[in-house]
Design a protein around this ligand. Structure first.
Ligand SMILES: [Zn+2]
Length: 246
């Protein structure tokens, strides 16, 4: 028997012009837990199109894989979007997460627990300039959905740097940057949501080789409300994985 898992991208139409370029942005896509029943349900079986489930390596347990199927894949995809814009050894500032995967991709990461660390509450722009020969980072990935993170991110970038948008503040929030600054400095901006099955399998491969290790805590259904508050405040270390009773 092969373990497999459904993800946020439950299906895409595979026939529209967007699917031919990047099916993860298909406007006709279905999403687990949004347009079709998701995994947060106490059912014994989950039905999903076979083309969109991810086979799980035998050596990995479901609870360690669960965070990789969502946030892990999103982080991997965001870093992977830099492959034509950054080189190994370039400085990347993730506003949260990305350290293990970024290191495996050869980037120099500025974050807590990485090669270099700055306190985002304490003149981070000056400190990033000091780390990067006074020019700024090659790329910034905004993972958290905080407006403050986006405001800081554009001050971290060097000319021709890349900003990857992932975190989602309120829908009416707009990036704090003018077209003039974009033109003068040649910034590139990329949006990153869910990513491809090839990227999923590459990430699971890193996990199977222990190059990416999940930091997570298993919780029972009775603990959901207790954990929900810290999750909303981005105060949970690693991931909280819900055990579905069977
Ligand atoms: Zn499509």
């Amino acid at each position: 028997m092969q373990n497999a898992h459904a993800k946020w991208l439950w299906s895409s139409c595979q026939s529209c012009p967007t699917c031919k370029v990047q099916y993860t942005n298909c406007p006709n896509q279905e999403n687990s837990g949004r347009s079709v029943p998701g995994t947060f349900q106490c059912e014994k079986y989950l039905v999903s199109p076979a083309d969109f489930v991810s086979p799980i390596p035998e050596t990995l347990t479901p609870e360690t894989v669960a965070p990789l199927l969502c946030s892990g894949l999103i982080l991997y995809g965001a870093l992977n979007k830099l492959d034509t814009k950054c080189n190994k050894g370039n400085w990347v500032v993730p506003h949260h997460g990305c350290i293990q995967i970024g290191r495996e991709m050869g980037y120099r990461i500025i974050a807590s627990g990485a090669e270099a660390f700055i306190d985002l509450q304490d003149d981070p722009t000056i400190k990033i300039q000091a780390l990067t020969d006074s020019i700024g980072a090659h790329a910034v990935i905004v993972v958290v959905g905080l407006e403050k993170a986006y405001e800081q991110s554009v001050t971290f970038l060097r000319p021709v740097g890349t900003l990857v948008c992932m975190g989602l503040p309120q829908p009416d929030y707009h990036l704090p940057i003018s077209p003039l600054v974009c033109v003068d400095r040649g910034y590139r901006m990329v949006g990153s949501a869910v990513d491809t099955e090839a990227e999923m399998q590459a990430l699971l491969g890193l996990a199977a080789e222990w190059k990416v290790v999940t930091h997570m805590r298993m919780i029972e259904p009775a603990e959901v409300n207790e954990v929900a508050g810290p999750l909303r405040r981005f105060a949970v270390e690693g991931r909280a994985v819900l055990r579905i009773p069977v």
